[in-house]
Design a protein. Sequence first.
Length: 275
Amino acid sequence: MKARILLISTLAIVCCLLSTVSIANDNSPKIAIIIDDIGYRKTDFSALALPGQFTYSVVPFAPYTHTIANAVHDSDREVMAHIPMEAVHNNHLLGKGALKLAMTEQQTRQQVQDILKEIPYVSGINNHMGSQFTTKPKNLGWLMDELSQQQLYFLDSKTTAYSMAEKVAVEHGLRTGHRHIFLDNQLDKAYLTQQFGHLINIAKKHKYAIAIAHPHPQSISFLKGISAKLAELGVELVPVSTLLPEMTRIARVRHLNNKSGSNKRYVGATAILPQ
């Protein structure tokens, strides 16, 4: 009988300790890092060698779209669709499958459906380019309605400070958020280190932060070395979807309480505030 009581007491202590660890992990700063633009080149597969819960955003209708999306899923990481959207400049770089303002509602919806059929295991999407498209609520509404029907999330890459995407997403009941940092606009180690430091500072201040990087050799080499640093700092790398419940809650408060419906410019659009 005494042995049984001792065993029960020991189990209770272990459960308490595990609960404490879980709470600590829940309260630790969390970051998500999206590897954008994968699927164009065979070398993009090198990004899958990164250790940890990176999120991978796959371009549609590219040579390795289907294969790399399957590989990401098989590695137990999160797959996103990186949908090209009309920009203010350089629309010749959009590639196949772009959403354009001249499209009708039916054309827009069909394009989204075709993209989502092309990329398996998609959990959500983010925009490739899109500095023009993401400022137009009507066109965004057609997109968000399609995503809502498939219970997918929308992550705003914030390629313009005037994006309406997050607002329209919450109006359609989607899980949503936005990136805070572009890690690799420059590829030298000093810049990558600086941007990573900004990302960590945002996460420590607000408990979460999202970065976007690309499958450049310099970026992949840098990101292979961050695991030890994250452990040292007590920061956890998680899939994008892990951060969206809180980001969606904040977005709903901000945008649904904005009675004016104005297209208010994001402050610190280049990465300062997790708005």
